[in-house]
Design a protein around this ligand. Structure first.
Ligand code: CS2
Ligand code: MG
Length: 405
């Protein structure tokens, strides 16, 4: 079997998605997600101009070799653009291999280790009434675990909180030609958050798994303080509590709190995790198939993390396309040290562009039994919704200083 075509499809059914479609001389095709929120066109060029021409004529079954060729052969390695491009090729080749085998991808990854994949959904509110309504809405949709994000008194626009009650995902890209500026005040945030979780526990009880995303905004000591102050509310996890490129910083947090920690959605190779994993500074690894170079390396990361009792928690917001989500759910079903899958869902139009076999019910996902990853791309509908420039927001402190968003 030989690869005869590799093309990049960019579509924007409400937000931008980048998809690689690989075609073989036997007519079997594979899809891979290459979406990098706010920098999509960089990956489009990396694939179109530098990778796709090298794939033509190669054997699609040589997944590991192709991965190593693209990773080591580029000389310049790692980084979100490179690894999103490699991920798209990797997933498309797994899709092809599984289709040729006539099996759903998870069967090629060792088969099912569980019956279904538990998920968590996003709840948010500018104030407690809105937040409670949003939590109730997610519970009504079937979610059994809830991420809680809240407005902060005195701040106009905060990550994860919509301008209107439970509106569309705030990280979805508005078609702006410049990033929307959000405002931040760490002291105001640290004063406010413990009380919010006390109120949520009082309203929803002690058993509902609650997650919170600090979104890279705290210093290690501030993160340690927050983790400690949240201990009475027994969170499922505190996510991205501090920018973890400084992996040693998590030693400070770990020393002060037993609140479980999740890190890694912005990490794209195992080297980003080495200290975090070997010193057991975190409890969940968050990388997505789409941003970590594909199924091939992410499975290796999970197996490495398993040796340190660390579990998976694949990143799954709306800006991971249904192609990336499908690949994730196949991996979720197969690995032993599965933790939880983030699942924001997608718009109806997105689900029409990307018709997928995975299903969501009773708070759980299942990849389905369709051969491959189980996604079909409606290219005509995709073409009807062309790319539109858009950026992630930028965060500034009250004095105007840029801060992590
Ligand atoms: C967030 C993401 O889902 C999460 O945990 O951190 O929504 C993140 O803000 C976006 O994926 C950025 O594109
Ligand atoms: Mg996050």
């Amino acid at each position: 079997m030989k690869i005869t075509d590799a093309k990049v499809v960019v579509t924007s059914p409400g937000r931008n998605f980048v998809t690689l479609k690989i075609t073989t001389d036997e007519g079997v095709t594979g899809l891979g997600d290459a979406t990098l929120n706010g920098r999509e066109l960089a990956v489009v060029s990396y694939l179109t101009d530098h990778v796709a021409p090298l794939l033509i004529g190669s054997d699609p079954h040589r997944i590991e070799d192709t991965w190593q060729f693209l990773y080591r052969g580029a000389y310049w390695r790692r980084g979100p653009v490179t690894m999103a491009a490699i991920a798209a090729v990797d997933v498309a080749l797994w899709d092809i291999k599984a289709k040729v085998a006539g099996l759903p991808l998870y069967q090629l990854l060792g088969g099912a280790s569980r019956e279904r994949v538990r998920t968590y959904g996003h709840a948010n509110g500018r104030d407690l009434p809105e937040l409670f309504d949003s939590i109730r809405a997610r519970l009504a949709e079937g979610y059994k675990s809830i991420r809680v994000q809240t407005g902060i008194p005195g701040l106009k626009a905060v990550y994860g909180v919509h301008s209107a009650p439970d509106a569309a995902n705030p990280t979805r890209l508005d078609q702006r030609v410049r990033p929307h500026v959000e405002d931040w005040d760490t002291d105001a945030y640290l004063r406010h958050i413990p009380g919010v979780f006390e109120a949520v526990r009082n309203e929803f009880g002690p058993e509902l798994p609650l997650l919170h995303d600090a979104h890279h905004r705290l210093t290690p000591l501030q993160a340690a303080r927050l983790g400690k102050e949240l201990e009475p509310y027994k969170l499922f996890w505190l996510e991205d509590c501090t920018p973890a490129e400084n992996q040693e910083g998590l030693r400070v947090v770990r020393r002060h709190t037993t609140t479980p920690l999740a890190i890694g959605e912005v990490f794209n190779t195992v080297f980003d995790y080495q200290t975090l994993v070997q010193e057991q500074l975190i409890d969940y690894v968050r990388s997505a198939v789409t941003h970590f170079g594909g199924v091939t390396p992410l499975r290796k990361l999970f197996d490495y993390a398993a040796q340190y009792q660390i579990r998976s928690a694949i990143h799954g917001p709306e800006d991971i396309s249904p192609v990336g989500m499908a690949a994730a759910v196949h991996l979720d079903l197969a690995i032993h040290n599965f933790g939880i899958q983030e699942y924001s869902g997608h718009t109806d139009l997105t689900n029409e562009v990307f018709r997928h076999a995975y299903t969501f019910s009773d708070g759980h996902l299942h990849p389905g039994e369709a051969p491959g990853i189980g996604v079909e791309l409606d290219e005509e509908l995709a073409a009807a919704h062309p790319y539109a420039q858009g950026y992630l927001p930028v965060n500034r402190l009250q004095d105007g200083t840029v801060h992590d968003w």
